[in-house]
Design a protein around this ligand. Structure first.
Ligand code: SF4
Length: 75
């Protein structure tokens, strides 16, 4: 999974979902402080670095990234 090509912010689907590589840089009002890919239920990677997201098959997202589909991981 670590070898998946990196999703970029320029990717059309990424743009549609407001994906950013750094959650702290988003200007989207839907972002809540502290939310990032690492604590999203669609992310299956490690807490740091990059990993897979179910919404972006075949690509890796940044653990520090974020998009509008962020959903907190279930406890
Ligand atoms: Fe990150 Fe979750 Fe959006 Fe996937 S759905 S890009 S893991 S915030």
């Amino acid at each position: 999974a670590a070898d998946l090509p990196a999703l970029t912010e320029a990717d059309p689907t990424a743009k549609a979902l407001g994906y950013v590589e750094d959650a702290s840089k988003t200007a989207d009002a839907k972002h809540k402080a502290g939310d990032n890919c690492a604590n999203c239920q669609f992310y299956t990677g490690a807490a740091t670095g990059r990993g897979p997201c179910q919404l972006f098959p075949g690509k890796s997202v940044n653990a520090k990234g974020w998009c509008v589909s962020h959903t907190p991981k279930k406890a």
